[in-house]
Design a binder for this molecule. Structure first.
Ligand code: EPZ
Length: 435
């Protein structure tokens, strides 16, 4: 297995381009199941999760046209074959986002069989809200041998008014599933307590180009008028706000001075507000606030802050670990409360190995700032925790070995080479070579 070897102490400097968003690309790609026409995607990030989604879609009869790797991550998907509708466990278990094929398949084919996604290191990953929403649209849902077996009586779903909120607020992929399913349902669908994430807005933009009739995407209430069929379209995946936020924290933790091109600043208002409170400074220019040029610098002394993760437009849970890494070096006590995935703290023990002073009480962690971190071997656990450990390594004195970087390869394209292009001393090695 690969590891990252990070030599801390270098200030980041230079500019990089933010790539297309993993969490937009995955549900976007499933929309190709809603039509028998080709759908073209640009700025698709080259990630393991994207490869897994393409493998899953191919098993469901949705093939990639012109395999040659097009410019800027261009992918053309064509769901010409509707005979196979079973998303098997061996793929679904590797990627929770596989559940996103359920709604589109049910809407277009009238049936679907999707393995229940397992849990993961950030906690249980239930799908009860997905199933509640699809049942509200008239689907008959059975669970058998670990699979979700879904059917639309008469072959077509019926529009409905449904509440999609759960104990922890809205569901992002649940909203994507129900939104896709509703586009081909008979009649009107009202989704109350829909997720407001920018990735849902991006999905609605593609569906609208395909002929769907959608109002309110980005708000808690989305209204869909079902149509008879959808056509092909072209779409450029929105820039990755979590990747951009990660690089913002990287600049701040090294007291660097970097420029992010294609930066979705408009989707990061809460994150930038909180980072400004820490002492990070931003200069945002450009005509499109979702594809801006953003210069990031920071004061040498970082201020402590209190942050609670929330559904969008609140502070995203996917940047919680990266912020925590930054706050380990703030001048005082910070508090982070995790409201989306209360167990999403596997990075706490690893940061403590590097000298961070962290005290967890349930879903809250108090971070007592220290003057320095010390490099150490650490273990990556989930995608974002791993990124947080790399950031800590960039600032730590000495060498940090981040193990199991396959987690990072799921969601960050060329992470180490792009950090190195900004001056970081980070290389990928086989773990056998660094014992
Ligand atoms: C998406 O996951 C993202 N993944 C996650 O990013 C992100 O952390 C999460 O949204 C929250 O923003 C993708 O978009 C591929 P949820 P999703 O359904 O949709 C509970 C990353 O690192 N819930 O919005 O699966 C759930 O347990 C990943 O890129 C139910 O109770 O998350 C959680 O507490 C990690 N029942 C909360 O809702 C359900 O049926 C939000 O989950 C569904 C969810």
């Amino acid at each position: 297995m690969d590891v990252f070897v990070v030599e801390g102490g270098r200030r980041l400097d230079g500019s990089i381009r933010i790539f297309g968003a993993k969490n937009a690309a995955l549900p976007l790609m499933t929309a190709a199941l809603l039509t028998d026409q080709p759908v073209t995607f640009r700025d698709v990030p080259r990630l393991d999760d994207v490869d897994n989604m393409m493998r899953l879609l191919a098993e469901l009869g949705c093939h990639r046209v012109n395999e040659a790797d097009g410019p800027s991550g261009k992918i053309v998907l064509h769901a010409g074959d509707r005979t196979r509708s079973h998303a098997r466990y061996d793929i679904v278990r590797t990627m929770r986002a596989s559940i996103s094929v359920l709604g589109p398949m049910l809407a277009r084919r009238g049936e679907a069989r999707v393995s229940m996604p397992g849990g993961c290191t950030i906690g249980d990953r239930p799908v009860d809200l997905h199933l509640r929403g699809l049942r509200a649209l008239g689907a008959d849902i059975q669970l058998a041998h670990g699979d979700i077996i879904a059917r639309a009586p008469g072959g077509r779903l019926k529009g409905a008014r449904l509440f999609l909120g759960g104990t922890f607020g809205p569901t992002v992929l649940g909203t994507a599933n129900i939104l896709c399913a509703a586009t081909l349902a008979r009649g009107e669908t009202v989704i109350e307590s829909a997720a407001c994430e920018p990735e849902i807005v991006d999905l609605a933009a593609l569906l609208t180009r395909m002929g769907a009739k959608i109002e309110g995407a980005g708000s808690p209430r989305i209204i869909v008028q079902g149509v008879e069929s959808l056509g092909g379209a072209e779409h450029t995946v929105m820039p990755d706000r979590i990747e951009a936020g990660t690089f913002m924290c990287a600049a701040a933790i090294t007291n660097g001075d970097i420029v992010l091109e294609n930066c979705p600043a408009d989707a990061l208002m809460c994150v930038m507000d909180r980072l400004e409170a820490v002492g990070v400074r931003f200069e945002v220019t450009g005509n499109d606030p979702l594809r801006a040029r953003c210069r990031v610098t920071s004061s040498r002394v970082l201020q402590p802050v209190e942050v609670t993760t929330q559904p969008h437009p609140g502070f995203p849970t996917d940047l919680q670990a990266q912020l925590m890494a930054l706050l380990t070096l703030a001048d005082g006590n910070s508090v982070i409360t995790e409201k989306i995935f209360p167990d999403r703290f596997l990075h706490v023990a690893e940061l403590a190995r590097m000298g961070a002073r962290l005290h967890r009480q349930g879903a809250t962690v108090v971070i007592s700032g220290v003057r320095r971190l010390v490099g150490a071997p650490v273990m990556a656990s989930d995608l974002r925790a791993s990124a947080g450990l790399v950031l800590a390594g960039l600032a730590a004195e000495g060498t940090t070995i981040v193990n199991r970087v396959y987690h990072i390869d799921r969601g960050y394209e060329q992470f180490e080479t792009r950090l190195a292009s900004l001056g970081a001393r980070i290389v990928r090695r086989d773990e056998k070579d660094v014992q």
